[in-house]
Ligand binder design. Structure first.
Ligand SMILES: [Zn+2]
Length: 302
């Protein structure tokens, strides 16, 4: 669930981006980032309060920008302070660790991560939105990303080597493997990383963390939900940790089923969305049912 203030603020910035978050290509790069950071600066205090309090598990690291809590013996969640609990996940194997996403603006993220794990760290990203691929991606010499996301202006600031993820790829961390599952809809290359041995995964914004911003279309989202449900069934995956984890909003099979059912009903015309008065990010419509909310644009019903 993205609080109203968050989406309002983000909207102000993104609207300056001609309301086109997915593309943002028409906008001068420098101005866009300038405004973005201005917004970060203005909005940070509003987000600083209480974010980490809802996350259970032992606190293992804390800076001004991020707090890490333990999920289990070799897995941690980092909670950023800028954009609605933006979440980072550190997943450790016996040979190396994966960092899934890098938050919005986290200073010395490499050092924070090194204080938790002594293993070499591989940076994987779920998608190229600025609350997942912020300044800290430059702390890491390589970044693994979906090819479509690598085209985004939001990662044009990255100075390291971009490596392309493949659907179905297995990332071996040593006695622990992450399975790469492309789950487009939120963005064209949204990616979920699944850990079959642990029985959970990490889905970024693919299923919305309770409030799905659908920049793609419903057919794409439906296919991603069906694919993920099959995979969860096959591998005994109990839930997915979302990109904005507040301690209570795990993406369960039930929730993905609810997103799927609602999406099918919108596509068939059985359910009609309501006008979204602010039309944030160019998403003029909103539909909700059973605690699932989807914001979408005019061309999404196909
Ligand atoms: Zn996103």
């Amino acid at each position: 669930m993205l609080p109203r203030t968050f989406s309002d603020q983000l909207w102000l910035v993104m609207n300056a981006c001609r309301g086109n978050v997915a593309g943002c290509r028409t906008w001068p790069h420098r101005n866009r980032w300038g405004l973005f950071y201005l917004w970060l600066l203005l909005s940070a205090p509003a987000w600083a309060q209480g974010l980490e309090l809802r996350i259970e598990g032992k606190e293992v690291a804390r800076t001004e920008d991020v707090v890490f809590h333990q999920i289990d013996e070799h897995t941690w969640v980092g909670t950023g302070r800028v954009m609605a609990n933006e979440s980072l996940y550190l997943v450790e194997g016996s040979r190396r660790a994966a960092l899934i996403d890098a938050g919005t603006k986290i200073n010395d993220l490499d050092k924070v991560v090194a204080s938790i794990t002594s293993k070499p760290v591989l940076l994987l990203v779920t998608h190229a939105h600025p609350d997942h691929t912020g300044s800290a991606i430059n702390d890491f010499p390589e970044m693994w990303i979906h090819p479509a996301e690598a085209q985004s202006q939001f990662v044009s600031h990255y100075k390291g080597t971009i490596r392309y993820l493949e659907d179905g790829q297995e990332i071996d961390l040593g006695d622990r493997t992450l399975l790469v599952v492309f789950t487009p809809g939120h963005t064209p290359g949204s990616t979920t990383f699944v850990d079959p041995s642990a029985g959970y995964g990490f889905s970024g914004d693919s299923f919305g963390s309770g409030n799905l911003l659908l920049f793609g279309d419903f057919s794409t989202l439906i296919a991603s939900c069906e694919k993920m449900l099959r995979l969860m069934e096959r591998h005994g995956i109990r839930f997915l940790y979302p990109g904005h984890f507040n301690g209570k909003n795990l993406e369960t099979k039930e929730r993905i089923q609810d997103i799927l059912a609602l999406s099918r009903d919108v596509l068939s015309g059985k359910v009609k969305g309501e006008m979204n008065p602010t039309a944030r990010f160019g998403l003029s419509w909103v539909v909700s049912r059973k605690g699932v909310r989807i914001h979408y644009h005019d061309g999404a019903v196909r």
